[in-house]
Design a protein around this ligand. Structure first.
Ligand code: COA
Length: 116
């Protein structure tokens, strides 16, 4: 059975394959072929949101969970920096979040306008 240390280093290794590229606002694989593109937006309450606009995985690497890995890294980043998430990309809104519902807590929901 794997010990806690081994589990931790395996998790770190998994994360390390995805890099944050602050300049291009992407989370990407080392070869940059697969990526998640976001833009930063100011939202209500002086907060900032990551508008996750596009996820792309080359055809030859699809169906192996690579897009989910990119999203894991991007959502971890949002959580650690107290950023909200706008899931503009349909893969994120229709597939990733329903499979990882805990991340719903980060999703920005427009405040309903008061009629008073
Ligand atoms: N919208 C929503 N879900 C999608 C999707 C899309 N456009 N394309 C694929 N999926 C679903 C698949 O049906 C599959 O669901 P299942 O696990 O229930 O069978 C799941 O995503 C596969 O997940 P994963 O292996 O993590 O994804 P991937 O590494 O194969 O990459 C995309 C998925 C969408 C990033 C990839 O197919 C791609 O680059 N497509 C072209 C660009 C695109 O359409 N991007 C999404 C809109 S921004």
């Amino acid at each position: 059975m794997a010990g806690k240390e081994e589990e931790r280093s395996a998790a770190e290794e998994k994360k390390a394959e995805i890099k944050w590229n602050e300049e291009t606002q992407r989370f990407e694989t080392e070869d940059k072929e697969a990526y998640l593109q976001y833009h930063l937006l100011q939202i209500a309450g002086g907060k900032t949101a990551m508008d996750m606009v596009h996820t792309f995985v080359p055809r030859s690497k699809r169906g192996m969970g690579l897009a989910a890995k990119l999203c894991d890294a991007a959502f971890d980043h949002a959580r650690s920096r107290d950023l909200a998430v706008i899931p503009t990309c349909s893969y994120i809104s229709d597939t990733y979040i329903p499979k990882n519902p805990a991340w719903n807590s980060l999703v920005y929901k427009d405040e309903p306008k008061s009629s008073m």
